[in-house]
Design a protein around this ligand. Structure first.
Ligand SMILES: [Zn+2]
Length: 468
């Protein structure tokens, strides 16, 4: 007998389906919302309410939506709908960023490298625009399917002339006020994609790099060591994981208040941080070495700051002189406490270089190839140059140790190749001219409320500390 007990129970009766069946019922519900113009109806109902406008940070129109888009748009929709239900007037204009490298990159991938080279610029622009238009449509359908309520028929698209005109007007204003200037600054550069990369376009992953210890010959034996009896040539010992940047060396940066000593080994005198003597001796395989000592038998010690101003012969460009300087970015975590400084190849180097008026040498071209200014290494790719430079230094007798290390290194988010740091001529907007920094800080501190509150420190220090 079939189960008839249920007939003996007093169960509630409902037409409500037993299962959600969302794949079928959601599209029906969304269609109903669209037919009934729910978005417009809610605006109409709340038209006298206090405005609450969520400004949509636009996604790139470069591919179908993924879980990141879903997360972003659904959270925004929570915020908007919950405000609408509390009576706020909540117009929500979605937007798309239709310019820039994410879209160019997709067009480049589709064409392939050979066809890409042959395609004229206007044609490339047309293809990019087509790509953006296509994915605005695809993403819009995706966002609608997520149930997001927005003014989908009137989005802002960055390629609309009206929008571009707004940009041009602001640029004109800044230009006429003298805020726009051209300068040379080091930036992350992908030699494969031939492009500068913003910090947000960098991914970090482990990379095996050379780790070399190189001594640079000082122009004279510092008096204090000479007085303690040191004779012959004196050197400063640096450590680097990027030998290809040595042709751009222009300074050596020390930690201002750390102790520096002179180590005598194999007939030469090398200066570096006292705290790292044991570690360096082990890496370099020094069996017999000693520190230059004073009459009291104690090592002669100088602070980094006190060595500032000494000059040396640059390691590759031996026709140039470099300078000993100091900076707060130097640590004694690894290396020698003497940082090879090439202002064209590093942010810290660039900043400390500005402070001490160190020239920005830039012997690497857009393809990542060393130029004539790299002396004997002209024509070599930066990766290929590493072993050649290491061998050359060994022949010169200035290589103290070379090994390999695995460390976290910046990579291009598009092609996943390691990037290089390289100074290029770029356009900048000054934060000082016309008081832009002051205005931005006022707005951050006075006009804007941040959630969570600590976020104000992060953006505040980005704006206040960034050099012009
Ligand atoms: Zn790349």
């Amino acid at each position: 007998m079939a189960n008839t007990y249920k007939n003996t129970m007093n169960l509630p009766q409902t037409d409500f389906p037993m299962r959600g069946n969302l794949p079928a019922s959601e599209p029906k519900r969304l269609e109903k919302w669209e037919q009934e113009h729910i978005y417009e109806q809610v605006l109409e109902k709340n038209k006298d309410g206090k405005p609450f406008v969520l400004h949509d940070g636009p996604p790139y129109a470069n591919g179908p939506i993924h879980i990141g888009h879903a997360f972003n748009k659904v959270l925004k929709d929570f915020v908007n709908k919950s405000h609408a239900q509390r009576g706020y007037f909540t117009p929500y204009v979605p937007g798309w960023d239709c310019h820039g490298q994410p879209i160019e990159h997709m067009v480049e991938v589709t064409l392939g490298p050979d066809k890409m080279k042959e395609t004229p610029q206007p044609e490339l622009r047309r293809l990019c625009r087509e790509w953006a238009t296509k994915y605005v449509g695809i993403q819009r359908d995706g966002f609608k399917r997520l149930g997001v309520n927005a003014d989908w028929d009137h989005p802002y698209l960055t390629y609309i002339p009206n929008f571009e005109a707004g940009n041009v007007e602001i640029f004109r204003d800044m230009y006429l006020k003298g805020q726009v200037y051209r300068g040379r600054k080091p930036i992350h550069w992908c030699k494969k994609c031939h492009t500068a990369l913003a910090e947000a376009e960098i991914e970090y992953s482990d990379e095996v790099s050379p780790s070399v210890y190189v001594k640079f010959k000082l122009d004279a034996m510092p008096g204090i060591f000479e007085a303690a009896g040191a004779t012959g040539d004196a050197y400063v010992l640096i450590w680097t994981t990027t030998p290809w940047t040595l042709p751009a060396n222009a300074a050596v940066c020390l930690m201002p208040d750390a102790d520096y000593v002179m180590v005598q080994v194999d007939g030469s005198n090398v200066i570096f941080a006292k705290e790292l003597v044991g570690e360096v001796a082990e890496i370099a395989g020094w069996e017999d070495y000693s520190l230059v000592c004073g009459q009291d038998g104690q090592p002669v010690v100088l602070k980094g700051k006190e060595l500032c101003g000494l000059t040396y012969t640059c390691p590759i460009r031996q026709d140039l002189k470099g300078k000993i300087i100091y900076g707060d970015h130097v640590t004694l975590d690894s290396g020698t406490g003497c940082v090879h400084t090439a202002p064209g190849h590093g942010q810290d180097d660039y900043l400390v270089g500005l402070q001490f008026d160190i020239p920005i040498l830039m012997p690497v071209d857009d393809n990542g190839v060393l130029t004539e200014d790299a002396g004997p290494f002209a024509g070599l790719d930066t990766d290929d140059a590493n072993p050649v430079i290491i061998d050359w230094l060994r022949e010169q007798g200035t290589l103290v140790a070379a090994r390999k290390i695995s460390h976290s290194y910046p990579h291009c988010w598009r092609c996943h190749e390691p990037v290089i740091f390289r100074a290029t001529d770029q356009w900048f907007v000054s934060m000082e001219e016309n008081g832009l920094r002051g205005k931005a800080m006022d707005a951050i501190e006075r006009d804007v409320t941040f959630y969570p509150g600590w976020a104000v420190n992060r953006i505040g220090s980005m704006v206040s500390d960034r050099p012009d």
